[in-house]
Design a protein around this ligand. Structure first.
Ligand code: ZN
Ligand code: ZN
Ligand code: ZN
Length: 125
């Protein structure tokens, strides 16, 4: 598959390009998706309901048939965010403290995502 290709993956399949279980709609090799495809939209976030990473909540809604569960406070130090630029994982706590920059590769993350953190992390208002 050529780099830059996009791929849609529905449950129960996973997108084989990623080292972690991941699926979504029109996902590119850096984990952008049909809904968030800007240069800095390169993260995927793990959902507690199915332990799978998705580029966004809309991707979860469109590729599964169950109710999403946000990542819980008790698991804030477990890997829950994937950087699509380098493939590195970080905990929700590390992501929230990272100031919109990947701690592994220093890729810039979209600061606008902070407006939606409550969709993903049960402990963020
Ligand atoms: Zn789920
Ligand atoms: Zn999406
Ligand atoms: Zn990175």
């Amino acid at each position: 598959m050529p780099s830059g290709a996009i791929q849609t993956t529905h449950a129960p399949a996973f997108d084989a390009r990623f080292a972690v279980p991941l699926r979504g709609v029109a996902v590119d090799p850096e984990a952008r998706c049909a809904h968030y495809d800007g240069p800095r939209d390169v993260i995927a976030i793990r959902f507690a309901c199915c332990e799978v990473y998705y580029p966004c909540a809309q991707c979860h809604a469109e590729t599964t048939d169950h109710v999403p569960a946000r990542w819980p406070y008790a698991r804030r130090h477990e890997p829950a965010v994937l950087c699509g630029a380098c493939g590195g994982a970080m905990s929700a706590a590390a992501y929230l403290q990272a100031d919109h920059t990947c701690p592994h590769c220093e890729a810039a993350f979209n600061p606008g995502c902070a407006d939606h953190h409550d969709r993903y992390f049960a402990f963020v208002e």
